[in-house]
Design a binder for this molecule. Structure first.
Ligand code: GTP
Ligand code: MG
Length: 249
């Protein structure tokens, strides 16, 4: 527990080597959500993003920084960031990338959808009005193919399962089975939507246009894609095994 007062909206922003993007994206987020707290979760970026975030936090009490000792994957960074926001009393928790792929101007509509009754809002590239800009064919295939694969294997109705632009209602996020999540890397996005859906969350997709990162280097790799395939299959396998064990009882 912390002594901080309960505060409404927290935006969790994981960073790894985003020193070129953070100085612009942070104020852009707070312009869209002036009441929000921005939590930068930095994994000791070698380029000094963490120190820059500290300087921003010293000048603006809306900015907080969570330093993690090493890069252990996006899922771990989000898990820590979410826990921090929940402990501080956040009612709405938004997650997004720091590289301008997720447009801060979408934020008010996403948060409004939660107020209208959604439990989880997905900024979605794969519904009408959504899309991707500046991505090569391979990257498009991996993302679109990954979403379709996960959608079929896990029998989910949401169309964008691989994206990381999401807004959560506190109770929905807090109820995820944090200690038994399988995902350390990017597949965390699929797994959290899957778990929330199975728990009965009302999931709403709002169209977004995803723009390839403005600056800095990509962290996508074959290993990340392979982990996603395995984890999706495992989630479905565990579910089917659990069901047949229950029916034998
Ligand atoms: N704290 C932390 N942040 C990470 C890690 N990996 C990626 N990020 C951040 O998470 C967000 C998404 O990562 P990206 O590298 O942009 O992933 P992507 O959008 O799938 O791929 P590119 O834009 O092509 O690089 C960015 O803000 C990254 O800085 C990590 O291991 N730890
Ligand atoms: Mg990116």
């Amino acid at each position: 527990m912390t002594s901080e007062p309960r505060t409404g909206t927290w935006v969790v922003l994981p960073t790894y080597n985003e020193i070129e993007n953070l100085p612009q994206i942070a104020p852009a987020i707070l312009r869209q959500l002036p009441e929000a707290t921005l939590l930068v979760v930095d994994d000791s970026s070698p380029d000094g993003t963490g120190a820059l975030a500290d300087r921003m936090a010293a000048q603006n009490q809306k900015v907080r920084v969570l330093h993690r000792p090493a890069k252990q994957g996006l899922g771990k960074a989000y898990t820590d960031g979410f826990r921090h926001a929940l402990d501080a009393g956040a009612e709405v928790i938004v997650q997004m990338d720091a590289d301008w792929s997720h447009d801060p101007t979408n934020l008010p509509a996403m948060v409004a959808e939660l107020v209208n009754g959604a439990d989880l809002v997905i900024g979605s590239r794969y519904v009408k009005g959504g899309g991707v800009r500046n991505w090569g064919i391979l990257r498009r295939l991996v993302s679109r193919g990954g979403s379709i694969f996960a959608r079929i294997v896990l029998r989910l109705s949401a169309h964008d399962l691989t994206g990381g632009f999401k807004a959560w209602r506190r109770g929905t996020l807090a109820a995820l089975p944090w200690s038994s999540l399988h995902s350390g890397g990017y597949v965390f996005q699929i797994e959290t939507t899957f778990r929330a859906s199975r728990a009965g969350a009302r999931v709403v997709e709002l169209p977004i246009v995803f723009v390839d990162r403005r600056l800095g280097a990509s962290k996508m790799s074959r290993r990340i894609i392979f982990e996603a395939l395995l984890v999706v299959l495992r989630l479905r396998w565990d579910e089917l095994r659990g069901r047949s064990a229950r029916s034998r009882r």
